[in-house]
Structure formats: C-alpha cells, structure tokens
Ligand binder design. Structure first.
Ligand code: SF4
Length: 243
C-alpha cells in the first residue's frame, strides 16, 4: 500500500520516451525551492501495488522508445517496499520503471533492490557541500552520494539533475564544485533546471513559510551559460583516450 499524491500520464520529462508518472507522498527533505510542498504530507489516496499496476498498464501501448513508469514524489524511495512489490507485475508486462529521487534515504536492502530493478535513476544533486545541503534541504549530505556510487558500481543507468537558484548556487564556482563532486560517478547526462516560482501558490494554500518568496526565477540565458560551463568542466572529468 502506498499513499499517492497524483498521477501524470504522457509525461515526457522524467525519463526516456513517454512516461506514466506516479507521485508518492512523503519526503525527508524540505528543499527551499520545492515546488511540490503538498507532496510532503499524506493525501487521502491510498492504493495497493495491484491498483497502481492496473492504472499504469493501460498506457503500455505508449511506452515505446524506452518509455515506462516513473516513480517520483516526494521521495519515491521512502516507498521502496511498494516499488519492489509492483516491480514483478510491471516486469511481467515488459514495462520498465525509472526512479526520480533525491537519494535522501539510507541505502537499505529494499532501497538497493528498488534501484536494482529500475531501468534507470534520475538523481538530484541538490547542493555541492554539506553546509549548503543542510541549510537548504535539512537533509544528510552523504546519502545521495551513496546512491550515486551504488548506481555507478552496479552499472545502473544514471542521469543527474540540479536546480539552480539565483543567489544560492548560480555561479561558475558552484559548477566547479558540482563537477568535482560527481567526478567518480558514471552517468549519461547532467541537466540543470532553473528555479521557478510556479509552486509558490502551494505554500500560501498550505499556510507554509516560503523561504524563497522574494527570489526571482532564474534567467534562461544565465541557465544556458551555466550549462555550457558545467558541460566543459564535465568533459575535462571524462577519461581521456590513450594515444
Ligand atoms: S526532495 Fe523534492 S519533494 Fe522533497 S523537498 Fe526537495 S524538491 Fe521537494
């Protein structure tokens, strides 16, 4: 049984191909830039693995070119047992799943199993040093590193993501830190996402303090420039071919 925030069909951002996104509630973090604070709390929707599987299966004809289910949240790995329960049913239909995670949970056996069963993992790299990580998420810095290393050691396909927030992690020096942090990870892509304000209304609705209410969205040109800069740093990290 899992507590469900929402579903999104035909999503195209959270993994390859067309996705059926399952947003699970609960998160150990409190990211200042979170645009889904309503996912921190339980909803009124509890569903069994079988019920979620039956919903996802209806979209099977659209899961071409690597498409499938994405477990997101909140933090999906808080529900590792649920994911491990639904995984054989998805597998029996040839439907793969992706984990969209902050990696902010201890690397327990159920969590390892949920990762091992995934087609791929999208891992949030939130802040590049323990101080900012603690300040802006409230979480434990080492955990996502352990998840990234586990994916690397087990050959799991890995994409990385960072939300860039003006005034907090939007400098070239920050990109240097991110590039150094993931030097030992084996990953296919590293995407930067610009901070936006589209979730602000949720803080008001929930009566929550929004610590970034005075922060403007990240400028698109600035995001592009940082992306180019980060790419150049990551290219330098890549192993060089021997002559
Ligand atoms: S990990 Fe995701 S859901 Fe949790 S607080 Fe951070 S942005 Fe929000």
């Amino acid at each position: 049984m899992a507590n469900i925030h929402s579903f999104e069909s035909m999503a195209a951002l959270d993994g390859e191909g067309l996705r059926y996104d399952v947003f699970l509630t609960g998160c150990p973090l409190r990211c200042w830039y979170c645009h889904n604070p309503d996912a921190w709390f339980p909803s009124s929707t509890e569903m069994t693995a079988e019920q979620v599987f039956q919903k996802a299966r209806r979209f099977k004809p659209y899961f071409k070119n690597g498409g499938g289910v994405t477990f997101s949240g909140g933090e999906p790995l808080l529900n590792a047992d649920f994911i491990n329960e639904i995984a054989p049913a998805l597998q029996s239909e040839g439907i793969g799943y992706c984990l969209d995670t902050s990696g902010s949970v201890p690397l327990t056996e159920p969590v390892k199993k949920a990762i091992a069963g995934a087609d791929m993992v999208i891992l949030d790299i939130k802040f590049p040093d323990p101080e900012r990580y603690r300040k802006y998420t409230g979480g434990v810095f080492d955990r996502f590193l352990e998840v990234g290393r586990f994916c690397t050691q087990t050959g799991k396909r890995l994409w990385l993501r960072t939300v860039v927030v003006p005034g907090i992690n939007d400098t070239e020096a920050d990109m240097d830190q991110y590039a150094a942090l993931v030097r030992d990870f084996r990953f296919e892509r590293y995407e930067l996402l610009g901070f936006h304000t589209m979730g602000f209304f949720k803080y008001e609705k929930l009566g929550l303090v929004n610590p970034l209410e005075k922060t403007a969205p990240l400028d698109r040109d600035r995001l592009d420039a940082l992306e180019r800069y980060l790419d150049s740093k990551l290219a330098k990290n890549a192993p060089q071919e021997k002559a």
